[in-house]
Ligand binder design. Structure first.
Ligand SMILES: NC(=O)C1=CN([C@@H]2O[C@H](COP(=O)(O)OP(=O)(O)OC[C@H]3O[C@@H](n4cnc5c(N)ncnc54)[C@H](OP(=O)(O)O)[C@@H]3O)[C@@H](O)[C@H]2O)C=CC1
Ligand SMILES: O=C(O)C1=N[C@H](C(=O)O)C[C@H](O)C1
Length: 263
């Protein structure tokens, strides 16, 4: 039985993750970390399930008092990083969906995992279809080096570009030569019009109400384009990946960054 702590239980992802844990015979929710409702239980909070599961505001207090195997982290970048690090320091294995960690933070977590010999999975996108989109894009980039990434999300999202777009760009970078795209003399009339520049490729972030999580990777070549597209139409799309990662994280003693390394 895997004992689970969820950080961010009132959030869109956290509330879906509670349902996932409840539906699994080998997972048991033992606590939640929430910046509100300290000292209460889930059943005392409107909108949360009728469970006698304690809520902690302070992650260190939670990890010290509660015996747990896995932290499912679904909050915001800065706090999510602190929760992840503290979990590993207390022997609890993080499964991290929170996006926006810096390269330095990832390196720090990698070091901690090797020091403590503890597993941690950080997945910028838990949807299997999104992972395939990234893999297919990596293959396509070997043949089509000119590529723009367009990611579209709801307007409550804090980080831009999305974690998925960052990971896609990193995977494409690994499979193509550096290429400065567009016209050598191009000029932006409005700053940012050409999007973010990552290794010469362009990333565009759309934020609008009504969207969930969507990405198109468009490759261009003489006389043709290839578009690889993925849409998450609800947060249930991410739960299979969280389940997979929760199984895998119990078997490893390192940081795995990207669900493609688990499938
Ligand atoms: N890897 C993946 O597949 C996916 C990753 N994500 C990522 O997961 C994270 C959560 O997404 P989502 O559920 O949509 O976001 P929500 O905004 O719906 O939920 C975020 C939760 O974090 C809490 N929170 C906000 N600020 C803090 C803070 N400073 N300290 C502690 N808790 C805080 C919020 O509480 P409050 O209400 O008080 O603000 C809320 O409960 C994001 O980083 C997002 O990018 C999202 C979807 C898929
Ligand atoms: O904030 C979101 O909603 C999502 N965040 C992740 C990301 O930054 O890529 C995954 C998915 O796109 C939804």
């Amino acid at each position: 039985m895997k004992r689970i702590i969820i950080a961010g239980p009132r959030g869109k992802m956290g509330s879906e993750a509670i349902k996932l844990v409840q539906s699994q015979e080998d997972m048991h929710l033992v606590a939640c970390i929430d910046r509100r409702n300290n000292g209460r239980t889930l059943q005392d909070v409107e909108g949360l399930p009728n469970l006698e599961v304690p809520i902690f505001e302070d992650a260190v207090e939670c990890f010290s008092e509660i015996e747990a195997d896995i932290l499912i982290e679904l909050t915001v970048p800065e706090q999510g990083y602190k929760h992840t690090k503290a979990a590993m320091e207390h022997g609890i294995r993080p499964v991290v969906g929170t996006t926006g960690f810096t390269e330095e933070q990832l390196d720090e977590l990698r070091w901690l995992a090797s020091e403590r010999k503890i597993g941690c999975i950080i997945a910028p996108n838990f949807a299997i279809g999104a992972v395939l989109m990234m893999k297919f894009s990596q293959i396509a980039a070997q043949y089509f080096p000119d590529v723009d990434i367009i990611e579209k999300h709801h307007d409550n999202k804090l980080d831009a570009p999305s974690g998925t777009a960052v990971k896609t760009a990193e995977m494409i970078k690994a499979s193509r030569e550096y290429k400065e795209q567009g016209h050598a003399k191009e000029k932006e009339i409005y700053p940012g019009a050409r999007g973010a520049d990552y290794d010469g490729m362009r990333i565009h972030s759309v934020r609008l109400p009504g969207l969930v999580a969507h990405q198109e990777v468009i490759f261009g070549s003489a006389g043709q384009t290839l578009t690889i597209k993925h849409d998450s139409i609800n947060r249930n799309s991410f739960m299979e990946g969280i389940k997979l990662a929760s199984d895998k994280v119990m078997e490893i003693e390192e940081v795995i960054y990207g669900l493609e390394n688990v499938l």
